[in-house]
Write a new protein. Structure first.
Length: 321
């Protein structure tokens, strides 16, 4: 009998959490369906994914968290190879965005087996691809400040402690320039291709990862105001327009800070830059996803709990495109 084709699967063997151990057991139990490739770092995962795409593999699976997923996306960018997602990280934001079961590996593998492909926008930050979101300034500073050792010891609390430290520092000033020549000034920028940020909460109220636009939030004030606007937005299903926040929908823009600042894409630190150019990629990313995703009831419940008075938010599209 002919040997069935196995999916190339890229994973990080260093994951020592309970979730990482469960993922490894799942891979061993289904080893006859996968060609397993353990990687030592992101560059190796990217190179492997690019090789599989060049060889004409129809599907490459990423089993892991944000780092593994982003590395595989970089390798598949510009190809016709579809991405399969086995969520094995802490947040699994992209999986949640597409309705892929983020807490059940067997069901997420069934999504891959069903073979429905969704094409999603792929954007670039200084040439680096990302599918979910990118941040300039505050949230990237928090990621930069949070060490691997603290994450291992404290979990999500490590990010909170880093955020407290970053809030005490003088923020950079940034100029956000759109291609029609208009501009905005602020202290931090978030760009969402999808609606979710940091879990299953909607931060980018009008985002659609198939509309060829990024939803851009420019925060004009630092300190408690930035945190308050962000938390309120997470609880209510999107940041509202206010004196301290601007909201745009655009296909490209440039951020020029007054000093080098860190940038993160899909939760992974990209580096420090004195200018950051955002633009849509010339191709979309093909992803195996549920044909009829189920929306999160948890996020809707949180909106009810935080039932704050607010006015409807509309993005300041203006002449930007």
């Amino acid at each position: 009998m002919p040997t069935p084709h196995r999916y190339p699967l890229i994973f990080n063997p260093k994951a020592r959490s309970q979730r990482g151990q469960r993922t490894f057991r799942f891979l061993m139990e289904h080893a006859n369906r996968f060609a397993l490739f353990a990687t030592n770092h992101g560059d190796e995962a990217r190179t492997l994914a690019a090789k599989f795409a060049a060889d004409g593999e129809p599907v490459v699976i990423a089993a892991g968290g944000d780092g593994t997923l982003n590395a595989v996306v970089k390798g598949l960018a510009g190809s016709q190879t579809a991405l399969g997602v086995l969520p094995a990280g802490t947040m699994n934001v992209f999986a949640r965005e597409l309705g892929i079961p983020f807490d059940h590996l067997e069901r997420s593998f069934q999504v891959i087996e069903q073979g429905f492909i969704r094409e999603v926008d792929l954007f670039l930050a200084n040439g680096a691809p990302f599918v979910q979101m990118a941040g300039v300034g505050f949230d990237a500073l928090v990621i930069e400040e949070t060490t691997w050792e603290s994450k291992k010891k404290l979990g999500p609390l490590a990010y909170l402690l880093s955020a407290v430290k970053v809030l005490g520092e003088k923020p950079p000033k940034m100029k956000v320039i759109f291609k029609d020549g208009t501009s905005e000034e602020g202290v931090a920028v978030l760009a969402g291709n999808g609606s979710l940020y940091g879990g299953q909460f909607k931060l980018f109220r009008n985002a659609d990862n198939q509309d060829s636009k990024l939803d851009v939030l420019v925060f004009k004030e630092s300190g408690y105001r930035l945190v308050l606007d962000s938390l309120k937005g997470l609880a209510l299903g999107g940041v509202d327009l206010s004196e301290s926040t601007s909201y745009f929908q655009v296909d490209s823009f440039t951020v020029i800070p007054d000093r080098e600042v860190p940038v993160e894409v899909d939760g992974e630190l990209l580096g420090r830059f004195s200018e950051i150019r955002f633009a849509e990629s010339s191709s979309r990313l093909r992803v195996l996803a549920p044909e009829n995703p189920i929306t999160s009831r948890f996020a809707e419940a949180m909106k009810s709990i935080w039932n704050w008075p607010r006015r409807p938010a509309e993005p300041a599209t203006g002449g930007h495109s």
